[in-house]
Design a protein around this ligand. Sequence first.
Ligand SMILES: Nc1ncnc2c1ncn2[C@@H]1O[C@H](COP(=O)(O)OP(=O)(O)OP(=O)(O)O)[C@@H](O)[C@H]1O
Ligand SMILES: [Mg+2]
Length: 113
Amino acid sequence: MKLVIAIIQSDKMKDVKQALRNVKVGKITVSDVIGCGAQVGKTDTCDGIITEGNLLERVRFEIAVNDDYVKPTLEAIIEGARTGNIGDGKIFIVQLEECIRIRTGESGRLAIG
Ligand SMILES: Nc1ncnc2c1ncn2[C@@H]1O[C@H](COP(=O)(O)OP(=O)(O)OP(=O)(O)O)[C@@H](O)[C@H]1O
Ligand SMILES: [Mg+2]
């Protein structure tokens, strides 16, 4: 099991959500976050402002998936979020120890899927 974390441009949230739905990934958590990437002290053309240490608004997706869903999940995020410009975002993949559905007590593959 993996936890896929994606930090993307806020205006790409709907496109990523739809791309995930297209590959049957529907269980997601989305948060508003702020952050900065590699362009500290330079002009981030996506936002059109100087990012001198500025924390810019982004959206964070958290998606826990079974291993066979990692690839389609990554492809969907990239399809939905990529423009080719700086600031498109980043994806982190974390080994996931366990998942438990509180209502039933199910764990692992059954709880995620
Ligand atoms: N190494 C990192 N650790 C934690 N968060 C990060 C990291 N890199 C990027 N982020 C987060 O992702 C957001 C988007 O990053 P961004 O796409 O600008 O990355 P980048 O490395 O600057 O790549 P690019 O050159 O394409 O802009 C940042 O605002 C920040 O919230
Ligand atoms: Mg950047």
